[in-house]
Design a protein around this ligand. Sequence first.
Ligand code: OXD
Ligand code: MN
Length: 580
Amino acid sequence: MPDSFEQLSDWVERTAQKAQPERVQWCDGSEQEWEGLKQEMLKTGHLHTLNPETFPECYLHRSHPDDVARVEHLTYICTPRQEEAGPNNRWMPPQEAHERFETLFAGCMKGRTLYVIPYCMGPLQSPWSQLGVEITDSPYVVANMRLMTRMDPVILKRIHAGENFVRGEHSVGNLNPEQRYILHFPQENLIQSIGSGYGGNALLSKKCHSLRIASWQARQEGWMAEHMLIVGVQPPDGETYYLAAAFPSACGKTNLSMLVPPETFRGWKVWTVGDDIAWLHIGADGRLWAVNPEAGYFGVVPGTNAKTNPNAYQMIHRQTIYTNVAVTAENEPWWEGLPQGQPVVDWQGRPYQATHGPAAHPNSRFTTRSRLNPAWSPHSEDPQGVPISAILFGGRRPHLVPLVLESKNWIHGVLMGCGLASETTAAASGKTGVVRRDPMAMLPFCGYHFGDYWTHWLSMQDRATRLPRIFQVNWFRQDRNGRYLWPGYGENLRVIQWILERCKGTVPARETPVGYLPEFECDLNLGNLDVPPEALQELFFIDAEAWKREYDDLGNFFSEYSPRVPAALQEQLAAIRREL
Ligand code: OXD
Ligand code: MN
């Protein structure tokens, strides 16, 4: 594993010898570099300028139609022993993985530029930040990494001084899905990715480094790398409380992290620290402190508008890279869920026809710097991060799970996280709308055996003295006719207010076998909310028979991870099952 500048140079040279690019360019994230890249991409058609009057410095990128989402079936954890990766991961022995990659990588950059991207995850001054270097032949990747990570000349100086870094080798290859692999070698601090230019497969700093490799390191070192947003909520009395929330992909993490308080919440403020990934360390005070390793957003575009997410909507009107959205006659980006405008060109660049399907791809994305978010928290740059008072688990559950549920203790909270399940979305290739188990929203991202991961979660009890409370939320419960029972978006602050009150110990709760519920008639702030009483009844209804089936199913799911499922979780599950 290289840990010095000489070793970095050697690695770049060796990689260049294999890939045979026309030239090598070291990147530093500067404006000048961006100017050059942009001109080049505009010339080659990798980028298209959008309306400079209404969308200044915004560009559109169209990806290959077969390359629009993460590919879980082609993503591997490559450890010497299969049991290290666990049934939650696809596994390949390291040697075989290296050989497959080398074959596809040989000569793959002929006629192209090889870019070297040194980057930092986490605030530059943070003791918890990590360095990485990605080699890629995609200028689109460089353009995105410039927004999503901290690219700074100081990184090479730190590598010179001997600091370790994660290596990433990436090529879009020939974009053939049959020759696509996303390979992780946690023991080698190495990622190899070929055949895709899509975000999660190609921006190696994100899912590959900050979750799959980092979760492995976190377990060795006693911290946590999680698929969680980080948000600060400041009631009018002044003190800001920070929450971390794990929701599966495309379930509203970005919306919740930049929520705008509804009218009734005058004087409340919401601060975004992160919208996708949290690194959680135990502070000197025994609490969990969170940093967001990223410096930008790679958010889902469809559904974003002035009502659902006013901050994001405002933010993506400048300095944004759009991927796979449609375009209007005014050359403005367009997507489903935008109440105004008409698409004339679809995400594939064809004249728009309703019979072709959605105008924007359901997984179309925006990339932009987090500092452009009007709710951006200056604590995002705090080297220590922010202290976490509550952890939320949520997903798309049309039935069963109430609007909010509090766990009884840490073990019960971990069980809640294990029981997380959600409808699949367009963020990954495959069928959408199918409920699947996605413990802690980490199914696609945990770099090792889930049994060991749950043990690691439980072990936080022995390491930290003031752990956050754990809650489960569900904004997506539906009535018999498939209509959502809860308005969601800004109104979710009502639920968060209850969560904060519970953290402060200022409201009682109703105990049920599956957790604590608010007395919605008196403890949940429902002022000026247009939700009929029957809907509220249903939102909090605990169907004991359905929960029994849920826990039976969770028990079956656990048996896939046996014998590594911690006994404490099995016992907790059995106890709830008995009580039900
Ligand atoms: C993402 C994802 O892009 O989870 O954040 O797929
Ligand atoms: Mn995500």
